[in-house]
Design a protein around this ligand. Structure first.
Ligand SMILES: *Cc1c(COP(=O)(O)O)cnc(C)c1O
Length: 433
């Protein structure tokens, strides 16, 4: 498989090169030259295909010959080494729980896949790859955990002081080893700005092999398709295809779901469930992509003003707005609606939604008034957001066994002002440049 840049000013590259670069030199995003078509006979038996085999078959065409069959099998095995249960919440709503990975968020899948690919590609190299990433909370933890002890890869994570939850901060700062957390005295946008400047800095580029680990990177974006295959594996055979409600920010997850649908996986329409940061809504109405200043909400991982993966959705549907609208709608949910969803689902079903899944739930509820059934993608465990959730449900959230040790580990982070000059000086000396 070859990948082209959505800006079409950079050369076509292999999976390996696209994964190592992150973004194309012309600042476009990499996109596969063709979307693999899945054999429908094989898909008809999806319920009896072992999940590792399924994952291997889905990812193989995208990776091509860049990773050996045996290695890729190993990589997908480690990538989806936990459960993805689809549970019925209400008569017409099923929840796909994507939070059973090591950092309790769906981002674990992409981070694990990408880290193992980069580790594999770094084997034959003398220079280290440096992964630089800004996080509002979930990305950092998943990336830290995914890349911990991966040889040949150095990870630097920037996060805003005081703006991530306690569990999130612990996940970022307790890894040590090849993972360095930098606490920025500023906002997520400041962190993002520093990362952007670093990627544009020629002096750094000449000396460090820098790459991003957000959903811009195909090695993090593409494996997200697997959620949808795993959902449909568990979807009752007697039911018609479900509507898919996807809590959305950068639109990476939903774009991956649409890619799975384009390659033949039978699903109903998609809902991009957003908080008030809903650039996608404006886009679907006007066809014009404008970027907005992000506003803080309770579902902070979706506080994105300029969703980077929108361009990939456009590519998938040949930039045809009415085609896109026939597949995807958007729904905007306020913080009040988010609270209400957490509260009512807890009261009615004793089920605890995190604020992101709550946005998806409200959106799905509205759409299903017209009938049909749906799958809600629950993107994070509520224990990651106890500050809000516990206040709403009036009781404490049981802490999963898997993360209890976190609370006893010591934290390490570098404190830094929100300035690119400070960051550059630090990375320069630290890397011995
Ligand atoms: C990152 C994240 C999202 C948004 O996903 P995108 O792929 O950026 O649209 C939603 N929910 C949670 C919990 C997240 O961490």
């Amino acid at each position: 498989m070859k990948y082209y840049s959505t800006n079409r000013q950079s050369p076509v590259v292999s999976f390996k090169e696209a994964a190592l670069r992150g973004q194309a030199p012309d600042k476009g995003l990499y996109f596969p030259e063709r979307i693999p078509v899945i054999n429908q006979q094989w898909l008809n038996n999806i319920r009896s295909i072992p999940k590792i085999e399924l994952a291997y078959q889905i990812m193989q065409p995208y990776v091509g010959g860049d990773i050996s069959a045996e290695q890729l099998y190993q990589i997908v095995t480690e990538t989806i080494d936990f459960d993805f249960p689809l549970t019925q919440l209400e008569e017409d709503i099923y929840v796909l729980e994507l939070f059973h990975g090591p950092t309790l968020a769906f981002k674990d899948v992409g981070a694990r896949f990408m880290s193992r690919c980069l580790g594999y590609f770094s084997h034959d190299k003398t220079t280290k790859t440096t992964v630089l990433v800004a996080t509002s909370g979930d990305t950092g933890g998943a990336v830290a955990n995914g890349f911990l002890n991966v040889e040949g890869v150095e990870v630097i994570i920037l996060y805003p002081a005081g703006k991530v939850s306690r569990v999130q901060e612990l996940q970022l700062t307790t890894c040590g080893n090849n993972i360095t957390a930098v606490r920025i005295n500023g906002t997520f946008d400041d962190c993002q700005q520093i990362v952007k400047e670093a990627f544009m800095d020629q002096q750094l580029a000449e000396r460090l092999q820098l790459t991003s680990a957000n959903s811009i990177n195909i090695a993090r974006w593409l494996p997200q398709q697997l959620y949808y295959f795993l959902a449909m594996q568990q979807w009752p055979a007697s039911q018609t295809a479900p509507v898919m409600a996807v809590p959305s920010g950068n639109l990476g997850n939903i774009a991956a779901g649409l890619l799975a649908k384009r390659s033949g996986l039978g699903m109903g329409n998609f809902i991009a469930a957003c908080n008030i940061n809903d650039s996608i809504t404006d886009f679907l109405e006007t066809g014009i992509h404008t970027s907005k200043q992000a506003v803080m909400t309770y579902s902070n991982a979706m506080d994105v003003g300029n969703p980077s993966n929108l361009i990939r959705i456009l590519e998938m549907y040949q930039h045809n707005l009415s085609f896109i609208k026939s597949q995807v709608s958007s729904s905007t949910q306020t913080d009040e609606a988010t609270i209400y969803a957490i509260q009512s689902v807890y009261e009615n079903n004793k089920y605890i939604l995190d604020p992101h899944a709550a946005v998806g739930y409200s959106a799905l509820k509205q759409v299903l008034r017209k009938g049909g059934k749906g799958v809600l993608l629950a993107t994070a465990h509520p224990v990651k957001f106890p500050e809000i959730v516990e206040k709403v449900i009036g009781t404490s959230i049981p802490i999963p066994e898997s993360i209890k040790p976190l609370y006893t580990l010591s934290q390490q982070m570098i404190d830094m002002e929100a300035s690119y000059e400070c960051f550059k000086e630090w990375i320069w000396y630290r890397s011995g440049l």
